[in-house]
Design a protein around this ligand. Structure first.
Ligand SMILES: [Zn+2]
Length: 326
């Protein structure tokens, strides 16, 4: 439960009943790492501290738009506990319209957690977010979206930490989010794994993609996050809809290209695919087929790369299913 002292994050602070917003300079080891737009909503009443990030991947616009809408709409007088929100967590990637990576070091920020205070810019940023935002919270939420080159069907993700109370709270919060699917499993190097290691209930939320932020996707993400805040006890009201009874898919498998060329998917997001089904072709510049990958397992296509450009080693899509691979 939050105490009644001011909440301080970097250079901004909010006393109980106050909101503070500002651009926080992140310097570590004498190096400039980032300037982060952060909002602190410190409720008038005691309650849990919720930390939330969006834009860990800079071109995931639905998450950035939805978080800003919900957090800046909170009235501290109506809040129990607090919300600490990093509205765009990877500003260099946002400015560069970069997919996957931070252009400062070409690393995927969401593979660097819990980070390293003496590492590359992304590793330092991950360390700062872990120590200044995630640590000390009761609940952590990381809002994502398909990247500029990805379509996806909405899903939440949680981990099993082995602590029954932490895991039950994560599950209840994910159920409140109400996205189409719920994936349960470890994802090394991510924000939610860092939170789990600190004993904090954590939820990943994914809605939309392809560099767009249509109103219906923003509304879905915003309503889900607002319901999560209600389930956590931070706010008293939230939209009932749109809400899904999430289907649990505990087994996730990513397919990656082995050839560089032109990607012609043969499946769509949300489609159920049987093991052995061709999911598309990578062709060369003249149309000759370089590879025709087949689904290794039965599963639902939860995300799909939609760019024509494809590089060896890049993800093609991910399947999630109810049964382990045969
Ligand atoms: Zn992401």
């Amino acid at each position: 439960m939050s105490n009644r002292e001011p909440i301080v994050v970097g250079s901004i602070a909010a006393a109980p009943g106050e909101r503070a917003t500002g651009l926080v300079q992140v310097h570590l080891g004498g190096e400039h790492v980032a300037v982060l737009p952060i909002a602190i909503i410190h409720g008038a009443r005691p309650g849990p501290r919720v930390a939330v990030t969006a834009g860990i991947h800079g071109a995931e616009y639905v998450s950035i738009a939805a978080l800003r809408e919900v957090v800046l709409g909170l009235d501290p007088a109506q809040v129990s506990g607090s919300v600490v929100a990093v509205l765009t967590a990877n500003p260099s990637a946002f400015a560069a319209r970069s997919i996957y990576v931070n252009p400062m070091d070409h690393l995927n920020l969401n593979r660097q957690f819990p980070g390293d205070p003496a590492g590359s810019p992304s590793q330092r940023l991950a360390h700062w977010l872990t120590t200044h935002v995630i640590a000390g919270s009761d609940v952590f939420v990381d809002m994502h979206c398909g990247d500029m080159n990805e379509a996806l069907v909405s899903f939440a993700g949680i981990e099993n930490t082995g602590d029954a109370a932490v895991d039950a709270r994560s599950r209840a919060l994910a159920d409140a989010y109400g996205l189409r699917y719920l994936l349960i499993g470890p994802s090394p190097g991510t924000t939610t794994t860092a939170a789990a290691a600190l004993g904090i209930s954590a939820v990943l939320g994914e809605v939309g993609g392809q560099g767009r932020w249509p109103a219906e996707d923003v509304a879905l993400h915003a309503a889900g996050f607002r319901r999560l805040l209600k389930a956590a006890g931070v706010v008293e009201t939230a939209p009932d809809q749109p809400w899904h009874q999430s289907q649990v898919l505990p087994y996730e498998s990513w397919m990656r290209a082995t050839a560089t060329g032109y990607w012609h998917p043969a499946v769509e997001v949300g489609q159920a695919v049987a093991a052995g089904t061709s999911v598309g072709e990578v062709r060369d510049a003249f149309g000759a087929v370089l590879e025709r990958p087949a689904a290794p397992v039965d599963g639902v296509v939860i995300f799909l790369v939609t760019s024509l450009a494809m590089n060896a080693g890049d993800p093609l899509l991910a399947l999630a299913g109810e049964e382990p691979p045969k």
